[in-house]
Design a protein around this ligand. Structure first.
Ligand SMILES: [Ca+2]
Length: 291
């Protein structure tokens, strides 16, 4: 009898130990998952433009928005619908090629059908300049932006601008929210990949930039507001805008992808949740072993 009691005690303490170990492992794996999420980010939107048709994530809908350049801007550019486009492969990347002839002060393009809400985010569009010249493409041959779905009079825009029939390249930004528009000189190489970026750091203001294909900022401007200015969320804009040539002119660009990254929601809170779960499992193990 004594022997069996001792065995019973042994198996009891062994199962308590195993329970404690299992609880600990569960807590550790929970913590690791939480830490991974805290350090990571979520892809909230991604279009690789692989065709053969345009994703229904995009809608041919934009308001009249100002077009900035250092000669005439900012002046309102009328939305005239989607540009002509086709899906191609360029340098091994699937691209949407937007090739259109546009009149002065018009804009073509899309907004996303979804609006996004985030306290910080990174919107990036990779594009290739192809050949910018009077004969092939001028002015803002590509443009990206953010649009307030609750008030189309509120938007941010950033774009290259091949002014003077592609002899005076500029980096232009516009924000109706700040009522601020800027244009500075920035040369672009033909047949070269770049990235247009709108980056909203947590607690900071949105920075508009054009970056090299390796992510080095070539020119940037920080707006006077952060992501919080879009309290009703924001739609992504992908467009082309024409300045004020005296006759309709071509615009041409190849776009590899559009990407919106949002940090994992409440990463810190998840870590804290992990810690609470771990403490809870310790408590449970202790209670069980005390039985
Ligand atoms: Ca692509």
């Amino acid at each position: 009898m004594k022997k069996s009691t001792s065995i019973h005690r042994f198996s009891n303490s062994t199962s308590s130990l195993l329970r404690a170990l299992a609880g600990g492992l569960l807590a550790i794996s929970t913590l690791l998952i939480c830490l991974d999420r805290a350090a990571g980010a979520t892809t909230a939107f991604f279009d690789d433009f692989s065709g053969p048709t345009l994703s229904s994530d995009w809608q041919a809908s934009l308001p009249t928005m100002n077009q900035e350049n250092r000669f005439f801007g900012p002046r309102p550019a009328t939305y005239v619908g989607a540009p002509l486009y086709s899906f191609q492969t360029l340098g091994g990347s699937s691209v949407i090629r937007m090739t259109e002839t546009n009149s002065a002060l018009t804009r073509r393009g899309w907004s996303t059908t979804t609006s996004f809400s985030a306290s910080s985010f990174h919107y990036e569009v990779r594009f290739n300049t192809l050949v910018q010249s009077a004969a092939t493409s001028i002015d803002s041959f590509i443009e990206i932006g953010l649009l307030d779905p609750s008030n189309p009079g509120r938007y941010d825009l950033v774009a290259p601008f091949e002014g003077g029939n592609a002899t005076d390249p500029q980096f232009v930004t516009g924000s109706s929210i700040d009522n601020s528009y800027t244009a500075v000189t920035l040369p672009y190489q033909n047949n070269t990949w770049y990235r247009l970026v709108l980056d909203a750091p947590s607690g900071g203001n949105i920075r508009a930039s054009v970056q090299s294909d390796t992510g080095i900022e070539l020119m940037g401007r920080t707006f006077g507001h952060g992501a919080g200015a879009f309290s009703s969320g924001f739609e992504l804009i992908l467009s082309q805008a024409m300045g004020e040539p005296t006759s309709p002119q071509p615009q041409d660009v190849a776009v590899d992808y559009a990407l919106l990254i949002v940090p994992e929601p409440n990463g810190i809170a998840l870590v804290m949740l992990g810690a609470v779960l771990w403490a809870g499992s310790q408590k449970r193990s202790k209670a069980k072993s005390n039985r």
